[in-house]
Unconditional design. Sequence first.
Length: 228
Amino acid sequence: MDNDNYLQNIYTNRSQETIHEWLLELENQFNEKDVVFYPEKLLALTSGIQPELNPKIKALLSDVKLLIDNDPLAEVMSEENFHMTFLAITQSIYEAYNDISEVADLTERFSLSIRNNELKVKELQLVALPNQLLLAGTPDSNSVNLRKIFWDDLMSSDWQLKLQDRYPGEALPPDFWHTTILRYKSKILPPLIREYFLSHSEKRYGEIEGKIKLVLTRYDWDKPLNII
């Protein structure tokens, strides 16, 4: 199976699992509030792009923001913070740049394999998790190869434990190529967002591209510090 169809099946299956989970939650009324995603004040090492947004993506973000209507449980990605992850390296564990004792080693590894390369992701589509809405797509083949090279390099270095902590039980890089456009601090997304996903799940949002950067940032890429 080619990469396009492989990822399409993964995204479709995950959304179908989510729809089933939504139904179970609604049936059993387990819609717990105040779910915490990440430590808000701590920073993580990650890599990705901050691309120019096409009109379809801008309209999507606007739609979601209008549907949420200042709901205090919702966190919608802004255009300014929009990013697409290449490979996250650590959990949110740092308070500041000076806390990273191994940053020179990581910078060298990133420079040797990733620096000056671009990530291109096409066929962007909505993927639903129980309390999150993702925008995911299919990367170019060069990016797939580069991420595997970077992963293997980190897994054979002192970064292995941090990478394993970020991706527990994973022997290979994650399948998803995505960004999270909505997090909802409850067990499931609110009704209007669930309905929006169901009516837009077949829509495609074009493609994005950008230079891959190594950054230290909050989970939502608010004011990321560019390392390289």
